[in-house]
Design a protein around this ligand. Structure first.
Ligand SMILES: Cc1cc2nc3c(=O)[nH]c(=O)nc-3n(C[C@H](O)[C@H](O)[C@H](O)COP(=O)(O)OP(=O)(O)OC[C@H]3O[C@@H](n4cnc5c(N)ncnc54)[C@H](O)[C@@H]3O)c2cc1C
Length: 475
């Protein structure tokens, strides 16, 4: 057990369950979940209330000790990896504070697990639409700090759009109670939006008021086989015109991504007898039980088949079949890991430019390193693609040395993919944030005026730079 004046005071503030500092115990808090980064810290604080968070931050401000907020550690850009100082875990702050059915809002602690929020809300007959592959582990505080997207953005927006109020402990240890459940409130700067997406660099989110929606009562889920990304775009335009705001998800999967899932995920079953160049996972949902979404889908697919837009389609007959189709989509990262080294990109472009992006990026990737496999999938309805590259098929052996040789080209591929996305009016980081992975990219592509404003905001709110140093803002 380490003993320093600060640590003694933290122990005293937090009690016996509120502080750990044995090296083995720290491991999960200093290591990124895939093992891509490993940092260090003097210990982890587990406050159980907003007041305890404020007390911890005041001590850290006084001693100029860095603080790294820690949610579920599912982030993909190394934002939660500490480089000294302390980690502050929101794990013990996991209360649902209130559900206001008439106001269609809920107030939660930041440490609530996203899936627990969804279940609690469903039990109350309502719906919280934020949904992503890591929902069993990630915390709402982490979701808000990364402005998470996921599979419901097309219909409901991202985490920012789902938030009405926030409670934050500032870097000086003050508590800002902005927990308003108002849909109209034009009273000066909307400060909550500074903290949403700030990745813990401006303060600790301790609570939030979230928007709830009527629970979907009917669903129609389908997998569609397509000859090209252009065809996927044409289908998207048609189904959106017919389905209106019943269109909840439109995900795209390329042939390579589907192939890896079929090879590596035993329980995943491609529903088609023949393979297609692209697949679209399409979901309609409605809060009115009598809405015949299946009929809307069938009508759309019949027209699209006749018009030569789609090659084939299967509509799920049961919730089990629908879950099976979603499983295909959600297993892609797992399947890609099994295949060997991969270089990942999380880009967005206007939806209308997705096919053009895929076509140009793939040509440039092939010219950069012949045989590199493009695993492109993601939230096409949001213009957001996970444009990932997997170890070339023609490499003689899949081993650590060859993996490393491929990974050494990460920044070369970043130039290809990010330059293209940005040149099309897109973003080099659509939903995963900046963290430590993409600070250099923000420096390269961010507007100098925007970066200067970010630095100004940071220095006003966090003059001693204690909140998550070395993240987001470029050097
Ligand atoms: C399988 C899988 C699928 C995923 N799918 C998606 C997806 O579809 N869409 C998407 O957007 N992301 C996705 N992600 C990324 C990740 O799940 C999200 O970024 C998630 O929002 C992170 O939440 P977390 O609680 O794990 O945060 P962490 O990883 O713990 O932290 C993320 C960042 O937020 C900060 N932070 C955490 N809690 C707080 C707090 N209370 N106050 C202030 N700062 C805080 C941390 O310091 C860090 O910088 C996926 C990840 C995985 C593993």
């Amino acid at each position: 057990m380490t003993s320093f004046p600060l640590i003694d005071r933290l122990r005293e503030t937090l009690g016996p369950r509120g502080w750990i500092d044995l090296p083995d115990d720290l491991e999960p808090y200093i290591t990124e979940w895939r093992g891509l980064w490993r940092g260090n810290c003097m210990g982890v604080a587990f406050p159980e209330s907003t007041e305890q968070v404020a007390a911890v931050i005041r001590l850290c401000a006084e001693t100029r000790t860095p603080v790294v907020p820690h949610g579920g550690n599912t982030g993909l850009v190394g934002g939660g990896v500490p480089q000294g100082g302390i980690v502050l875990s929101a794990k013990r702050m996991n209360r649902i504070r209130e559900i206001d059915v008439a106001n269609q809002t809920m107030t939660v602690d930041a440490g609530c697990i996203l899936a627990d929020i969804q279940t609690t809300v469903a039990d109350a007959g309502l719906f919280f639409p934020l949904s992503l592959g890591a929902e069993g582990t990630c915390q709402i505080g982490g979701n808000l700090s990364t402005n998470a997207g996921g599979v419901g953005v097309l219909r409901y927006g991202n985490a920012r759009d789902l938030t009405l109020g926030l409670e934050v402990v500032t870097p000086s240890g003050d508590i800002w109670n902005g927990l308003k459940g108002l849909r109209k409130d034009n009273t000066g700067y909307d400060l909550k939006h500074l903290f949403i997406g700030a990745e813990g660099t401006l303060g600790v989110i301790t609570g939030a008021v979230l928007k709830l929606y009527p629970a979907p009562q009917s669903h129609a889920t389908a997998m569609v086989g397509l000859a090209s990304a252009e065809a996927a775009l044409a289908l998207f335009v048609q189904i959106r015109a017919i389905g209106g705001d019943n269109l909840t998800a439109f995900e795209i999967i390329n042939h390579m991504a589907m192939g890896l899932v079929n090879t590596h995920i035993p329980e995943a079953r491609n529903p088609f007898a023949t393979s297609h160049a692209y697949y679209a996972l399409v979901e309609l949902s409605s809060s009115r039980p009598a809405d015949d979404l299946r009929a809307i889908m069938e009508n759309c697919f019949e027209n699209a088949l006749e018009g030569g837009i789609i090659e084939d389609a299967v509509i799920a007959e049961s919730t089990g079949q629908a879950a099976g189709l979603w499983r295909l989509r959600e297993s892609i990262p797992e399947a890609q890991v099994t295949e060997g080294a991969s270089i990942k990109h999380d880009i967005s472009v206007p939806v209308s430019k997705v096919p053009d992006f895929i076509q140009q990026a793939s040509a440039q990737v092939a010219a950069t390193l012949s045989g590199t496999r493009v695993v492109a999938f993601g939230h096409m309805g949001d213009g957001n693609l996970h444009y990932n590259l997997t170890f070339p098929e023609n490499t003689p052996e899949n081993n650590d040395e060859n993996d490393q040789g491929f990974l050494d080209q990460w920044s070369t591929f970043n130039r290809v993919v990010h330059e293209l996305a940005v040149s099309m009016g897109g973003s080099f980081s659509a939903e995963h944030g900046i963290g430590r992975l993409k600070r250099g990219e923000l420096g390269r592509y961010g507007s100098p005026v925007a970066i200067s404003m970010m630095r100004g905001i940071k220095s006003v709110l966090d003059p001693h730079g204690i909140m998550n140093p070395g993240k987001v803002i470029p050097d």
